[in-house]
Write a protein that binds this ligand. Structure first.
Ligand code: SF4
Length: 225
């Protein structure tokens, strides 16, 4: 069973350099305080897999790729089968993930079922549980280590809500990525202010991250700042 919650026919923004459909998967193994996708996380299955595949078949040659997002798509082991069918149609696949389900991510990468991964680095180890309500920092780190050495394009990114993460936390992540010899861009995403209720009932942040205090020893990218 695949818990597809929603489906967008195309986007020019989500998959770098590609015109892509987006598939939202319900369910998540985290409960991030700032998460405003409660409807997706708790929404359950709303769309049949076959309906999505049928649509994609009609878009062969018109779309470049498909983005898997959520929630966390890797909650479903049969994501592998779904991705295989999509790759057989000739589409590239982007995967958004929090990195906890190492086995699914590894299998997708090793079977060439994913072309781009956006990996969330939620917080340094000491703050990981506080922010995500998930105790498996080690599993996230295993995925990060695997991707650094794997032959798949990926980015590391952190959503910053300054009530939860400050400049010291971000600099700690920069140090970790430098020590692990991460070669890509580390993206900092400013928390997107919304009227929607968040999982942790957290309100707007009181200040933005002070970018001048972030160590620039690895390439950084800034979104929504
Ligand atoms: S923000 Fe956190 S809780 Fe929400 S979907 Fe992403 S990983 Fe899951």
């Amino acid at each position: 069973m695949l818990g597809i919650y929603s489906f967008q026919k195309f986007s020019t923004l989500d998959f770098p350099g590609k015109l892509a459909a987006i598939v939202w998967f319900s369910g998540c193994n985290m409960r991030c305080a700032y998460c405003y996708n409660k409807d997706v996380v708790f929404g359950g299955k709303k769309i049949e897999e076959e309906k999505v595949l049928e649509f994609l078949k009609s878009r062969i040659g018109l779309l470049d790729g498909v983005s898997f997002t959520g929630g966390c798509p890797t909650m479903y082991p049969n994501l592998i089968g779904f991705a295989t069918k999509i790759k057989e149609m000739g589409f590239d696949i982007k995967l958004d993930t929090n990195g906890i389900n190492y086995d699914v991510i590894k299998e997708m990468a090793e079977k060439n079922l994913v072309d781009y991964i956006a990996l969330d680095f939620k917080a340094p180890r000491e703050k990981f549980y506080e922010i995500t309500k998930n105790r498996h920092y080690d599993k996230f780190e295993k995925t990060l280590d695997f991707l650094i050495n794997a032959d798949v394009e990926f980015e590391v990114r952190t959503t910053v809500h300054t009530d939860l993460l400050d400049e010291n936390d971000i600099n700690e992540i920069v140090n970790i990525l430098e020590n692990k010899r991460y070669k890509g861009v580390y993206y900092l995403q400013n928390y997107f202010e919304t009227d929607k209720e968040t999982i942790g009932n957290i309100g707007p942040q009181k200040r933005k991250l002070d970018i001048s205090k972030i160590n620039k020893k690895i390439p950084l990218g800034f979104r929504n700042f």
